[in-house]
Design a protein around this ligand. Sequence first.
Ligand SMILES: NC(=O)c1ccc[n+]([C@@H]2O[C@H](COP(=O)([O-])OP(=O)(O)OC[C@H]3O[C@@H](n4cnc5c(N)ncnc54)[C@H](O)[C@@H]3O)[C@@H](O)[C@H]2O)c1
Length: 283
Amino acid sequence: MAIKNVTVIGAGTMGSGIAQVFAANGFNVTLVDTEQIYIDKGIKTISSSLDRQIKKNIITVDQKDATLKNIVTSTHLESIPNNTELIIEAIVENKSAKLSIYNMLNNILNQDCIFASNTSSISITELAASTRPDRFIGMHFMNPVPMMQLVEIIRGYATTDATFEVIKQLAISLGKIPVEVFDYPGFVANRILMPMINEAIFALYEGVASAQDIDTVMKLGMNHPMGPLTLADFIGLDVCLAIMEVLYDGFNDSKYRPCPLLKKMVAAGKLGRKSKEGFFKYD
Ligand SMILES: NC(=O)c1ccc[n+]([C@@H]2O[C@H](COP(=O)([O-])OP(=O)(O)OC[C@H]3O[C@@H](n4cnc5c(N)ncnc54)[C@H](O)[C@@H]3O)[C@@H](O)[C@H]2O)c1
């Protein structure tokens, strides 16, 4: 199955990056969000990312223009082109919000269309159950999408080999490196990463060290390119909390309990870079 027409739902941190990468590789992309302001923000993010690539001589101005021309936008799910061969959902990390989108799309799109979710942690099998389990898959891009090579490809219980192969080849055609993962909470990336971030937040909460010093220990001591608290700010603290809750519920194990400080910061709207303040402040 050759894929040419892709719809990305959610124009936030991940959806804008995913749309950019597909468009830069010549796919026709429809980018959907609920309000025009979110679409505008997403397109601005894409444009700035492409400008940085021009500055670094990775692409030309013409390539930027061609990428932007490959993206059309919409604020209505009903207007998704019916020749869409692949939907990539990148909305908030909330199971019922995701399910309501799939239910709506299931009636609009033809049966061959593959549904992929960029979920960080929610069960692909559970997301797939009410739609088309054989053609449903996890396509977990990393942030920032244009820079990061990995795509975790998660097989739900009923995902067919044919669907898996199409998505694996597609990831390769985008210049990414796919890794096959089976469907358990947090998959591989976040099952390992999030407990480390959560533990760093506990260390801050218990006064073991300052935020800056916790990050310095992990950067200089473990050779991590960025400290766990800076990374949490980059991912979004709401996303981190949602993933910890999926791990906690999914494994029913107290070692995954989200740190109270993480919960408090999310409740206070301190979400990291996207709200200009998390563990650190951003202008
Ligand atoms: N942030 C990360 O580092 C990261 C990394 C990998 C995967 N993810 C996953 O990607 C998904 C998106 O995360 P994000 O960080 O981009 O979130 P985000 O909050 O930056 O963006 C979510 C976007 O979805 C839109 N949206 C919400 N409901 C919608 C609906 N019904 N229809 C259309 N659009 C809707 C919002 O308006 C927003 O623009 C989540 O499942 C998250 O777990 C995030």
